[in-house]
Design a protein around this ligand. Structure first.
Ligand code: FMN
Length: 184
């Protein structure tokens, strides 16, 4: 079966995207197909801002570790915030560091883009922007994406999705993505 890694691309402790990817992980783990998706924390991969002089001295440990995780997987499910209608800087920075590893870790990966935002657009502009580097790096980004709008009101005290419709939407796209990537 495909190895799937899942990560929320915000460093904030109370991140809405951490909560959303945790819910996605719960749904996939309970799915019963022995998918064993691995949930990662972005905080476990500390990275300086990309600088070619740092790279010339050797890749930062965080880039090596994240790159190894990506290389070991066949699919990556991401939940990302939207910053100023685009891909957040910390996410792009991590993407760029990982892209310096040979062979290119993002190449050939199946990618599902999720997002969460307190706004009414649910981070979808950030998801569209995030497609570009993945595709430039040779990843296969699933055509459908899902943004959780009004995400600051969407979770209960256990960080679970409160609304059955939000749970159902998330489950539906996850199952479609899993069916699409199939066993590898
Ligand atoms: C620099 C910056 C830019 C932002 N721009 C947007 C935006 O364009 N659209 C939006 O819906 N939210 C925007 N936000 C609000 C984020 O959606 C909000 O802070 C969200 O909680 C971040 O995700 P997180 O909770 O996973 O950290 C922005 C936040 C920051 C810090």
């Amino acid at each position: 079966m495909s190895k799937i890694i899942m990560i929320g691309m915000s460093l904030r402790k109370d991140s809405l995207n951490k909560k959303y990817i945790q819910n996605a992980h719960r749904i996939l783990s309970a799915e019963g197909r022995q998918l064993n998706p691995e949930l990662l924390s972005f905080n476990d991969f500390p990275l300086p801002v990309y600088d070619g002089d740092i790279e010339a001295r050797g890749l930062p440990e965080g880039a090596k570790l994240l790159g190894e995780k990506i290389l070991s997987a066949s699919a990556v499910i991401i939940s990302t915030p939207e910053y100023n209608g685009s891909m957040p800087g910390p996410f792009k920075n991590a993407f760029d560091w990982v892209s310096r590893i040979k062979p290119m870790p993002w190449a050939g990966k199946h990618v599902l883009l999720l997002g969460a935002s307190p706004g009414a657009m649910g981070a979808v502009r950030g998801l569209w922007a995030s497609r570009v580097p993945f595709e430039a790096a040779g990843g296969f980004v699933y055509p459908e994406m899902l943004g959780l709008q009004k995400a600051h009101e969407a979770f209960d005290e256990n960080d679970s999705l409160k609304d059955a419709a939000n749970e159902e939407r998330l489950k539906k796209i996850l199952m479609k993505f899993i069916d699409h990537i199939g066993p590898t």
